[in-house]
Write a protein that binds this ligand. Structure first.
Ligand code: ZN
Ligand code: ZN
Length: 407
C-alpha cells in the first residue's frame, strides 16, 4: 500500500478538518459531560458507514467501521475535553466560553480522528477487519478512558458475517506545541509517567507555644517527614527507574503562640514504572508513620491514585514509528530518549491492549519549538497544517495494523 497517497487524501480533508476543529475550539467543554462537542462530532460523522454507540456514563462515542474483509479490530483514540483556563491567543476562533479553553489540543485530536474516519470509510471495501474510533471525554483528570472501558468499549463482538474480530491494537496521537509541525515522536516502553497525590496528616496535641513539653507539636514532625521523604527517594529509588516526590503544600497552625493539634502535607508522586510507583507509595507510608512513631505522634497517610504509567508496547511503538516515517519522512520521525513526566489516561487502554501513543508536532514554522507557549498555556497555538500528517498517520497505522504488513 502506498502511504503517500494517503497523505494526499488527508490533505484534501484539511479544510473540513480545520472547520470542525475551529468549531470545537470555540465551544470548549470540561470533564466527562460534553454535550456540544458530542453533537458536533456526531454531526461530522453523519453519512459515514459507521456503527455508532453513544456511551451513557460519559459523552464518549464509539464508532466502528467494518471493512469488507474479515480481520481483527484496531482502536484509534481521540480525546475531546478542554481545560479550565481563560484563553489569551487572540485567534479569530478563540473560546467563546469564559474560563474554558482547548489548551491541550484535544480539539485537533477530535477533528483529526473524524478526518481519519472519513479517509478509512472511503477504503471500507478493502479493509481486512474493523476500525474502532474512540472519541473520549475527560482526559484532563476525569478518567474518561477508564469509564469508556468499564462501559464495554472493547466488547466489540463479532463482525456481521459472524467472524471473530477482537481488538488487537490501540493507537493515539497527542499534539504538542514544542515539536515542529507535522513531526512524529514516540518511544518504546514508558512514554508518560503516573501521577498520584499524597495526603499526610500528623496529629499531636495542641497547647501553649511556651510549654511545648505539655503539648505534642506536629509542626517539627511534619518538617522531619518532608526531609525524610526526599532522603527516601534519593537513597532507595534506582536512578535509572526514577520517581519524583514533591511536597507542594504544608498547612499547620494559626498564629505564633499556639501549638496546633495537626499539620498536613500534600504532594505529588510521579514514576515511570509501576514498580517504582508502588515502591514510592510503600516508602512514603513507612517513612511518615515511622517518623511519627519516633515522636509519639499519629500519622495518617492517604494516596489518591491518578493515571497509571503510560507504557507503549515496544513492538507497537516501533511499528508506529516506521509507519510514521513513510508519511512524515526520516527527519520528522523522532525517537524520544526519555518519557514525558505528564500523565495520560490512554494508559488504561494500553494496560488492556498492546499499542502506542505518539506525539504530533504542532509548532508553526515561524515559532521556535523550544520557546513556544506549551500545551496547557493560555497562549498556546497549534499549527493546523500538522493535522494533515495526523490524519494520515492515524489512517496508516490502522491500515497497516490490519493488513499485518509492518514495513
Ligand atoms: Zn493536557
Ligand atoms: Zn492532552
Amino acid at each position: 500500500m502506498e502511504l503517500t497517497t494517503l497523505r494526499e487524501e488527508a490533505r484534501d480533508l484539511l479544510d473540513e478538518t480545520v472547520a470542525l476543529r475551529r468549531t470545537l475550539h470555540r465551544w470548549p467543554e470540561l470533564g466527562n459531560d460534553l454535550p456540544i462537542t458530542k453533537e458536533n462530532v456526531l454531526g461530522a460523522l453523519e453519512g459515514l458507514p459507521l456503527q455508532i454507540t453513544e456511551h451513557s456514563t460519559t459523552s464518549g462515542i464509539a464508532a466502528v467501521l467494518e471493512g469488507g474483509k474479515p480481520g481483527p479490530t484496531v482502536l484509534l483514540r481521540g480525546d475531546m475535553d478542554a481545560l479550565p483556563l481563560h484563553e489569551d491567543t487572540d485567534l479569530e476562533f478563540e473560546s467563546a466560553t469564559e474560563g474554558q479553553m482547548h489548551a491541550c489540543g484535544h480539539d485537533t485530536h477530535t477533528a483529526m480522528l473524524v478526518g481519519a474516519a472519513k479517509l478509512l470509510s472511503a477504503r471500507k471495501a478493502d479493509i481486512p477487519g474493523r476500525v474502532l474510533f474512540m472519541f473520549q471525554p475527560g482526559e484532563e483528570g476525569f478518567a474518561g478512558a477508564k469509564f469508556m472501558l468499564e462501559e464495554g468499549l472493547l466488547d466489540v463482538g463479532n463482525r456481521s458475517d459472524g467472524s471473530e474480530s477482537p481488538v488487537t491494537g490501540a493507537y493515539a496521537l497527542h499534539i504538542t506545541a514544542n515539536l515542529p509541525a507535522g513531526w512524529i515522536a514516540s518511544r518504546a516502553n514508558t512514554i508518560m509517567a503516573s501521577a498520584d497525590t499524597m495526603h499526610i496528616t500528623v496529629t499531636g496535641r495542641g497547647g501553649h507555644a511556651s510549654q511545648p513539653h505539655l503539648a505534642l507539636d506536629p509542626i517539627p514532625i511534619a518538617c522531619e517527614i518532608v526531609q525524610a521523604l526526599q532522603l527516601m527517594v534519593t537513597r532507595t529509588i534506582d536512578v535509572f527507574d526514577p520517581g519524583v516526590v514533591t511536597v507542594g503544600q504544608i498547612t499547620a497552625g494559626t498564629t505564633n503562640n499556639i501549638i496546633p493539634e495537626t499539620a498536613s502535607i500534600v504532594g505529588t508522586i510521579r514514576a515511570v514504572s509501576e514498580r517504582t510507583r508502588s515502591k514510592i507509595h510503600d516508602g512514603i507510608r513507612r517513612v511518615a508513620e515511622g517518623v511519627g512513631a519516633a515522636h509519639d505522634a499519629s500519622v495518617h497517610v492517604e494516596f489518591r491514585d491518578g493515571y497509571p504509567v503510560t507504557v507503549n508496547n515496544p513492538g507497537s511503538a516501533e511499528f508506529a514509528l516506521d509507519v510514521a516515517k513513510e508519511i512524515v519522512g526520516e527527519q520528522g520521525t523522532v525517537r524520544l530518549p526519555n518519557p514525558i513526566m505528564g500523565a495520560e489516561d490512554f494508559s488504561y487502554v494500553l494496560n488492556r491492549i498492546p499499542g502506542a501513543m505518539l506525539f504530533l508536532g504542532g509548532t508553526s514554522p515561524d515559532r521556535n519549538p523550544a520557546t513556544a507557549a506549551p500545551n496547557h498555556s493560555n497562549r498556546v497555538v497549534f499549527d493546523e497544517n500538522a493535522m494533515v500528517n495526523g490524519i494520515a498517520v492515524y489512517g496508516a497505522m490502522a491500515l497497516r495494523h490490519l493488513t499485518g504488513s509492518p514495513s
